[in-house]
Design a protein. Structure first.
Length: 81
């Protein structure tokens, strides 16, 4: 899920086995907050990426900048999905 409204990310997904964490990332872009949630490998859980373990655990919205990490996490997800 990627949205400007944190509460609109309510869908669920089955993650591939390579991903062992759920993640949330909030990025401020041009005075607009972009919220991204999805699946992640624990090695990529650094910086502003907030990771948790367990089904549907990424309901909380993290804070912090990280446009580069957003792009990196999106690229990683595209490679493995």
């Amino acid at each position: 899920c990627a949205s400007t409204e944190p509460k609109s990310c309510t869908g669920t997904t089955d993650c591939p086995e390579i991903f062992d964490r759920c993640f949330s990332l909030k990025v401020e872009v041009l005075n607009t907050a972009l919220i991204t949630k999805g699946c992640q490998h624990n090695a990529a859980c650094v910086g502003p990426i907030s990771c948790c373990e367990g089904n549907l655990c990424n309901g909380a919205v993290p804070t912090g900048p990280g446009v580069i990490l957003l792009l990196l996490s999106s690229a990683l997800m595209m490679l493995f999905i």
